[in-house]
Ligand binder design. Structure first.
Ligand code: SAH
Length: 347
């Protein structure tokens, strides 16, 4: 029988398990702190527990960790991209970025992805499996440990579609915001989705405090369906309707991601159409010059085109940011390191 994944357990689940073992309640608090504050990767590190207890725990529970397989440090801005190996030998990617306001980590939520966006390298071989809450946490813990820092912001924008792994992502949110663990404010966490409408509806019911980012990337169904197959399941009108409902119910601003690809979605007409669709919504648009990946032929829009597009959107009253590109020299966009494992010379 497989041992229970102890780092994915909430404190109250851990309390129950400890009670069942006939142990005093404070042991659960100690173990939780070792896992989520001290980032213990093995029961042998838990030195305030008796040796017998540590052995007993290791017979029943497993600690899922991420070990660093590769690490690329940007010489431009210190951004660090990690390729992590999971306990079962699968690989995921994460990125550490330093901003004025603190350290932000971009984590993966699945090994691969099923969404098939045509410009994205993470999705090419489909989704191998979902990540557990512990594996999402471990990316942050391993990075905190490696750099001896406290991470203050988290974005779920790495490999995978968070809302396609909804329950594990929600449990991860519970654990990472828990005050007995890392206690990261939900307001410092962003979840990015390609637009799984029924799951956004579920989120609305939770009145979340985190930021929802929606990968829109196109102003209409014709373009969006071509580059994002998810649009065939829930089209642009359905997606934008649920986004409006989200902002009206939660009073939280939505961030629309828009990767600018030359000749695909970057014309004046696209800007006009986008502005008319987003009119009056509590949102902002984040323009991202697309990352060129060797697996497809998309070319990023020139900086002049991106600037003109931003100005056009602003002239229609939208709030626009152009994403500062971090780690340009290490190709910090996701999916590439994992795919090119063993082909280092091509990086
Ligand atoms: N599945 C989620 C989160 C993962 S990807 C989502 O779709 O939002 C994080 C962001 O990177 C998404 O906005 C995604 O569309 C974008 N992205 C993927 N490949 C890209 C590329 N080559 N250039 C620019 N952005 C890309």
């Amino acid at each position: 029988m497989q041992n229970t994944d102890i780092k994915s357990m909430t404190l109250s689940e851990l309390n129950d398990a400890i009670k069942e073992l006939g142990l005093p309640k404070f042991r659960a608090g100690q173990i939780y702190s070792w896992l989520h504050k001290q980032f213990a990767e093995d029961f042998s590190e838990m030195t305030n527990l008796s040796k017998d207890l540590r052995t007993k725990l290791s017979e029943q529970f497993e600690i899922k960790n991420c070990t660093i397989e590769r690490k690329l440090v940007s010489s431009l801005d210190g951004t660090i991209k990690y390729l992590f190996k999971l306990n079962d030998g699968e690989f995921v990617e994460s990125v550490l970025m330093k901003y004025k306001y603190g350290y932000s980590v971009c984590i993966s939520t699945q090994v691969g992805c099923n969404m098939k966006c045509s410009f994205c390298a993470s999705t090419i071989d489909g989704c191998v499996r979902n990540l557990t809450p512990s594996e999402m946490l471990s990316q942050i813990y391993a990075i905190s440990k490696d750099n001896d820092i406290r991470v203050s912001h988290i974005v779920l924008m790495g490999m995978g579609e968070p809302l396609d792994n909804y329950d594990n992502v929600m449990k991860f949110m519970n654990l990472i915001t828990n005050e007995d663990g890392q206690n990261i404010s939900a307001r410092h966490i962003s979840i990015s989705t390609c637009g799984i409408v029924p799951k956004i509806k579920e989120l609305i019911k939770l009145h979340p405090q985190f930021t929802l980012s929606v990968s829109l990337h196109a102003p209409n169904d014709e373009i969006r369906s071509r580059i994002m197959p998810v649009n065939k399941a829930w089209n642009t009108d359905e997606l934008l309707a649920v986004c409006r409902e989200y902002t009206e119910t939660t009073s939280r601003r939505i961030s629309f991601e828009y990767a600018m690809m030359s000749g695909i979605n970057d014309t004046d007409e696209c800007a006009r159409e986008l502005a008319s669709k987003l009119k009056g919504m509590l949102c902002h648009v984040n323009l991202i010059p697309a990352n060129e990946v060797r697996e497809n032929d998309y070319k990023r829009s020139s900086s002049e085109v991106v600037e003109a597009f931003a100005k056009k959107l602003e002239s229609y009253g939208l709030t626009v940011t152009v994403r500062r590109s971090l780690g340009g020299d290490i190709n910090a966009s996701c999916g590439q390191l994992r795919r090119n494992r063993g082909k280092e010379e091509r990086l």
